[in-house]
Design a protein around this ligand. Structure first.
Ligand code: FES
Ligand code: FES
Length: 218
């Protein structure tokens, strides 16, 4: 847990909270991914995912198939392409953040076949045939996922940069029967997700409040 002295001052009432929430809703937070279609031109995302690939991959490329947020994609990617870059730059799924790019902050966390991984450390061609869930794939029918809702309800973010990674890790943890439910175990399990704003107390409260409301996300 961070030193409380290092935390930003918290707003005292809901009126003060509202502008920041609105920024997060329409800005860059993980929770905002549910509204992604409002601020990413649909044509850009569709063009990126639907552009036909050539008959054979170019030299130094491989064709991979990814099931991302329920959509199937066939993509030609460089042999050394990083999964995070493919998600962000090819599929326009920018909810997963690049923080440290070295596997140390957790901002890039996504689920691969239900397991949380750091997408910045993973080579895309290793995921041929895999099922991937990003923050954009959690909400259903316009409704926030229970963990997204819990982060919203508990104000479990400040700048929001770490939030999508925190939420994806929380979903994986709450789906893992091997991780005990006590606060210390949850803190330990979430320790790969760094929050520079020090919102850990509210993050923990959000994760615990979502316990029992989470179905499996792959
Ligand atoms: S960006 Fe992947 S762990 Fe920091
Ligand atoms: S909310 Fe700012 S880094 Fe976590």
């Amino acid at each position: 847990m961070s030193d409380p002295k290092n935390r930003l001052p918290m707003p005292q009432d809901e009126t003060a909270v509202a502008p920041r929430r609105n920024f997060l809703k329409f800005g860059a937070s993980g929770i905002a991914a549910v509204t992604l279609s409002h601020w990413i031109p649909p044509s850009a995302a569709e063009a990126a995912s639907q552009a036909p690939e050539p008959a054979t991959p170019a030299t130094g490329h491989q064709r991979i198939r990814l099931e991302v947020n329920g959509q199937s994609h066939a993509l030609d990617v460089p042999n050394n392409a990083v999964l995070l870059d493919v998600l962000r730059d090819r599929l326009q799924l920018t909810g997963s953040k690049k923080g440290c790019d070295h596997g140390q902050c957790g901002a890039c966390t996504v689920l691969v076949n239900g397991v949380a991984i750091n997408a910045c450390l993973s080579i895309a061609v290793q995921h041929d045939g895999d099922t991937i869930t990003t923050i954009e794939g959690l909400a259903e029918n316009g409704q926030l996922h229970p963990v997204q809702q819990a982060f919203w309800d508990h104000d479990a973010y400040q700048c929001g940069y770490c939030t999508s990674g925190q939420i994806m890790s929380a979903v994986a943890i709450l789906n893992d029967p091997n991780i005990p439910a006590d606060d210390a175990s949850v803190r330990e399990a979430m320790s790969g997700n760094i929050c520079r704003c020090g919102a850990y107390k509210n993050i923990l409260a959000a994760v615990q409040s979502a316990r029992g409301k989470v179905g499996r996300a792959s």
